[in-house]
Design a protein around this ligand. Structure first.
Ligand code: HEC
Length: 226
């Protein structure tokens, strides 16, 4: 029973917060928001909202009767009443604001500035940092090894040359190496024989064909009706 009551209450609060948000957005933020803060008042952010405007706090959480914001929206005095133009807030709208304040003025917004800060903390906006790489290890391998050791795994032993050639050929070109290509690699005694084979595969038209396939798939290309 109590649980139900609590759920009902908090759902009501959420609905009310959404209502307050919509109301402030529609009737107040043009002058008390990110673009303008008339009379120093900004209502799209809790910190700024509670600080108030030039004449001090406009919202006293829990005390709608003493909050200047309510005084302003109730007033009909020209130049004092809020909003200064357009229709007066309806009695129901004023009631919503009152209840919101009396319940503690849970802020309905995250200000644009804060939302932007949250966006700016996204990794894509962070300066590039070069992680330390152990000497003699390829940087990509060092990342892979770090993850493996975090999972208490160790790398598999290096595959035999024919297996490597087959894998990299399928990866890059979507087809296995021809017997001649395989021979060329296996017979190459130079220490960079593998890199040379990869370069040959990258230079082959099949490499372009294989990757173009993905783009054609994305573009929903089909020879027939598809
Ligand atoms: C068209 C612009 C505009 C809109 C919209 C507007 N206000 Fe204002 N607001 C003002 C101006 C201008 C003042 C300064 C008036 C004065 O000196 O009394 C002000 C002052 C206030 C103040 C007093 C701030 C202080 O500390 O001096 C409060 C509170 C307030 N507004 C609340 C609201 C609320 C709530 C809404 C929406 C229901 C709203 N306003 C909509 C322009 C606006």
């Amino acid at each position: 029973m109590r649980v139900l009551l609590f759920v009902g209450l908090s759902a009501g609060l959420v609905a009310q917060t959404t209502e307050v948000r919509a109301l402030l957005q529609k009737r107040c933020l043009a002058c008390h928001g990110p673009a303008q803060q008339m009379s120093g008042l900004r209502l799209d952010d809790r910190e700024a909202g509670l600080k108030g405007g030039y004449s001090g706090p406009a919202i006293l959480p829990g005390k709608s009767g003493e909050s200047k914001l309510i005084e302003r929206v109730l007033s009909t005095k020209e130049g004092f009443s809020m909003p200064p133009s357009g229709a007066r807030l309806t009695a129901a709208e004023v009631e919503t604001l009152k209840q919101w304040i009396d319940r503690g003025a849970e802020w309905p917004f995250t200000s644009a500035a804060k939302a932007n800060n949250a966006k700016l903390s996204h990794w894509a906006f962070q300066p590039v940092r070069r992680p330390a790489v152990p000497a003699g290890v390829h940087p990509v391998d060092s990342l892979v090894r770090a993850k493996l050791s975090a999972l208490s795994l160790s790398p598999s032993p290096e595959a035999a040359k024919p297996t490597l050639a087959r894998r990299v050929s399928l990866d890059l070109r979507g087809i296995p190496p021809s017997p001649a290509e395989m021979r060329e690699y296996l017979d190459d005694p130079r220490p960079d024989a593998y890199e040379r084979m990869v370069d040959r595969f990258l230079a082959a038209p099949h490499f372009g064909e294989k990757w173009a396939r993905h783009w054609l798939d994305l573009a929903r290309y089909a020879d027939s009706d598809g």
